[in-house]
Write a protein that binds this ligand. Structure first.
Ligand SMILES: *Cc1c(COP(=O)(O)O)cnc(C)c1O
Length: 409
């Protein structure tokens, strides 16, 4: 008997869901840029609406280009069904609305994407949903946060911008023992590096804006689950809320996904070298990268991820001023939020995304003054390193000139 070997991740990126077009044999999945689909007869229309015929009806309910992308990402996540959304936040809000209701409780990582927390804490709270935020890399905190009405445990691992690693399998057990679901935001890893469903998660979600698309030209999201029941609940919500992806947007992500594995590996190779070198730079106080032995959950990262990714956080000794100066001194790294693109993106939370919080609140959230978040791209490594080191030299020189005693210690 011939053994059916599972295709490799590079093969899946290129072929999963992306079959030659049945009509003309087009190798690239066609863009079905149509809002609605004609029925051959009243009987066919009726059959489609009753579910007896699974043909397409209306793009908010389903579209062939979108379906190809859903099949592709679901296969990359190790099986199940996918549901593409108009943005990563549309995927997050769909899980919240599908699995939480009045009187329900959410336990979430405190190091989640900001709007994922604000949505639950500020908006869902108005509808009677409670939420608790804990350091999910600490299992005791997760256990303690569980209540009788906890319906969802929500993880982002690695966390943002702390890059703390949470144990997916252990959190799945805690959630399931409490009768709750485990939802994992897998945006930072992409399915190339981490497959949460294999570790016991019930639902995986992505901001495809990041690694899956990878070219900083699309905003999109994805949900994947192996449960027909959970998928049915999420699909109903998404269709009714209207957070559907546009077919052209779906096609662009399909195009980006073909090189996902290549991009992720290339970026990781540079990130590993940069992180190790940054640790030795005199202007840098510390570096957080899951691939470094100095990372507090390095061993867990090694066992749960198949690579360490390309997000690096590091602390400048010179604080806010040093952060600002570094941002103004880089030339190749692009000064912008977002991540997972082919270009390296750098940002300084204390003077940018988190400036309005004020220094005290930032400190409480672990966002230190000199913290820099770097999304390593796939530029020539030597160019990237030279750019960062030139900028770091400026930071070092300025600090010495102004007599900043913190720098160079
Ligand atoms: C960007 C991001 C989101 C939100 O995605 P959008 O596509 O911007 O809506 C959610 N989670 C993580 C981890 C992200 O980085």
């Amino acid at each position: 008997m011939k053994e059916q070997k599972k295709p490799g991740v590079d093969t899946q990126c290129i072929h999963a869901g992306q079959h030659p077009d049945k009509l003309f044999g087009g190798v690239s999945v066609p863009i079905y840029q149509s809002s609605t689909f004609a029925f051959e007869s009243a009987a066919v229309g009726a059959a489609r609406f009753s579910g007896a015929d699974d043909g397409y009806k209306y793009t908010r309910l389903g579209n062939p280009t979108t379906a190809a992308l859903e099949e592709c990402v679901a296969e990359l996540e190790g099986g199940g069904k996918g549901l593409a959304t108009a943005s990563g936040m549309a995927a997050v809000s769909t899980t919240y609305l599908a699995f939480l209701g009045a009187g329900a409780h959410l336990v979430s990582s405190d190091a989640v994407y900001g709007p994922s927390r604000t949505l639950a804490e500020k908006e869902l709270a108005r509808f009677g949903v409670e939420s608790t935020y804990v350091d999910t890399s600490n299992l005791d905190q997760v256990k303690k946060a569980i209540r009788p009405n906890t319906k969802v445990v929500y993880l982002e691992t690695p966390g943002n911008p702390t890059l703390a690693i949470s144990d997916i399998a252990a959190c799945a057990k805690i959630a399931h023992n409490a009768g709750a679901l485990l939802v994992v935001d897998n945006t930072f890893c992409s399915p190339v590096l981490q497959r949460p469903l294999d570790l016991g998660a019930d639902v995986v979600l992505h901001s495809m804006t990041k690694y899956l698309n990878g070219h900083s030209d699309v905003v999109a999201g994805m949900l994947v689950t192996r449960s027909a029941d959970l998928m049915g609940r999420m699909r109903r919500v998404l269709v009714q809320v209207g957070g559907t992806i546009d077919p052209h947007q779906a096609w662009l992500v399909l195009r980006g996904v073909k090189t996902l594995a290549l991009r992720v590996r290339a970026a990781e190779e540079s990130a590993m070298k940069l992180a190790a070198d940054l640790e030795k730079h005199p202007a840098v106080a510390w570096v957080r990268y899951p691939g470094l032995k100095s990372h507090p959950q390095h061993a867990l990262a090694k066992s749960q991820m198949s690579g360490f990714g390309s997000m690096i956080s590091f602390e400048l000794k010179g604080g806010v001023e040093a952060g600002r100066l570094l941002m103004d001194s880089v030339k190749l790294c692009v000064l912008a939020v977002s991540l997972g693109g082919v270009e390296s993106l750098i940002q300084h939370p204390a003077s940018m995304t988190h400036a309005s919080m004020g220094p005290e609140a930032r400190r409480a959230a672990g966002i230190t003054d000199g913290l820099v978040r770097l999304s390593v791209g796939i530029e020539t490594y030597e160019d990237l390193r030279a750019d960062l080191w030139n900028a770091l030299d400026q930071v070092g020189t300025a600090a010495t000139a102004s007599g900043n005693a913190q720098v160079g210690v």
